[in-house]
Design a protein around this ligand. Structure first.
Ligand code: CP
Length: 308
């Protein structure tokens, strides 16, 4: 297979296992490209891409922009904070105005779950979801899978524990869909208040004790406590959260094996991860960021090849 089954990347849920394998294999080629002295290829020379971000981002926005520039696309960036959205313009009007300037692809982050799906139904460009509220963050899951595969080989049968604020996490859902399609076993772990009701219906194991989760897994993908999405108190204090769910070096030393520690960023240092883990050889957090550029190059390159 050399083509994706979809012309948008809205969520991992819509991708086939073959789509995911194709993206990861293509990303391996682009990783080689971005480590060359000349990091650029002409693949998207005739394509114009708009990155429109209605929510804050460091990694995803820079990573998409670099990926686009490494592929020689023309790039425009839009953030809602200094735009006419502030004057009341609707999402579709905003995007149609951007598209009338002959934009071919839109990469969008939005706080509302389903916003990129809505856009895909209403505008002509290829849409890439760069994170929609608490729903999905497909390119994060793809770069996580790429990073795990790079470290551990084939993910069939590998055990991945997703630890932390699962309830508010789009990374958790996309990781679950992506890793299951690659044959991995998934466990979610966190305080009961931060686990969605009926999460086991997705075919994941549920564990409340972080030490047991660490003892079970090959990879711990640790998630941020998303205070900005929490309207009520889900746990008494960050200090207490850190005491029961924070991962430190001593906990890893007590295991009878080496595990890989991941985090999508941004990290709350000293809350979900101690610095002696985040900065250790166990963690591949910065490799994840590096791999994000190659994976996003693969996604954009492959989507550009799927015609409407
Ligand atoms: N991992 C991630 O989405 O980070 P940003 O919010 O900085 O883009």
């Amino acid at each position: 297979m050399s083509q994706l089954s979809t012309r948008h990347l809205l969520g991992i849920k819509d991708l086939t296992s073959a789509d995911i394998q194709l993206i990861l294999d293509t990303a391996e080629n682009f990783k080689e490209v971005i480590n060359r002295p000349i990091k650029k290829v002409p693949s998207l020379r005739d394509i114009t891409i708009a990155n429109i971000f209605f929510e804050n981002s460091t990694r995803t926005r820079l990573s998409f922009e670099l990926a686009e520039k490494r592929l020689s696309a023309d790039v425009v960036n839009f953030s809602s904070s200094n735009s006419s959205v502030k004057k009341g313009e609707t999402l579709v009007d905003t995007v149609n105005n951007i598209l009338s300037m002959k934009v071919d692809m839109v990469v969008m982050r939005h706080s509302s779950p389903g916003a990129p799906h809505f856009l895909a139904r209403n505008v002509k460009a290829n849409i890439v979801n760069a994170g929609d509220g608490t729903h999905e963050h497909p390119t994060q899951a793809l770069l996580d899978a790429f990073s795990m595969r790079e470290k551990l080989g084939d993910l069939q049968g590998k055990k991945v524990a997703i630890i932390g604020d699962i309830l508010h996490s789009r990374v958790a859902l996309s990781n679950i869909f992506c890793l299951q399609k690659l044959g991995a076993e998934i466990m979610v772990c966190g305080p009961i208040t931060l686990l969605p009701k009926h999460i086991e219906s997705l075919g994941v194991k549920v564990e409340l004790d972080v030490r047991k989760a660490l003892a079970w897994c090959d990879v711990a993908n640790v998630l941020r406590i998303q205070l900005e999405r929490q309207q009520i108190k889900y746990f008494p204090s960050l200090r207490e959260y850190s005491l029961y769910y924070g991962i430190n070096k001593k906990m890893l030393q007590e295991l009878d094996k080496e595990i890989v520690v991941m985090h999508p960023g941004p990290i709350n240092r000293g809350v979900e991860l101690a610095s002696d883990v985040a900065d250790s050889d166990h963690a591949i957090i910065l490799q994840q960021v590096e791999n994000g550029v190659a994976v996003r190059m693969a996604v954009l390159y492959l989507l550009a090849g799927v015609k409407a």
